[in-house]
Design a protein around this ligand. Sequence first.
Ligand SMILES: [Fe+2]
Length: 200
Amino acid sequence: MPVSDLVPDGIFFDHLANKRFPAGAFIRSEQEMDYLEEPDVFHDVFGHVPMHAHKVFGDFLQHYGAVCARVQDKDVLEKIGRLFWYTVEFGLIRQNGKVKVYGSGVISSHGECENVIRGGCEVRDFTLGQFFDVWGVRFTKDCIGGYCTKGNDKLRVFSDGKPVTGDPTNLVLSSHQVIAVVFGPVQSTPTIRTTYQFDD
Ligand SMILES: [Fe+2]
């Protein structure tokens, strides 16, 4: 649906939750052809909308809107907002060793796309520890949230079914990796999922 400007968060989330996407009803000027901060029709319709045809992505966006619409805590909302900002808006994807443009803010800028493809920006790996940091949940080699290794109760992490040795906070996240974090008696043998049918 067309909008004349940025819409407040609450309205934006409500639209997403109801499978509507607000798109700027104006277009950048010739002087701002390469990049502009406000989302114009090119950014929204060329950068965002094609991804909405992907069922997994579309469902994620709807769910994201529904969750955010219910969150009252500003700090929590800011953290969830980072997920959107660093993926949907400005994310990159590494696929079969190649870095690809994913975020709509990058896709809708010729200069930003060229910069990524020519290796002009630093591309970092992310670790399981950083994931928990962003999530705001304590995660160390011995603790997850309020649960810490004590007696027989241990924290164990599995990556694609294999036990992670060493500090699991340093585990580098990769595409289609299946990670299981298990806390409980070390003698127990939990069922660890080793694969997942990802819908590409
Ligand atoms: Fe955007």
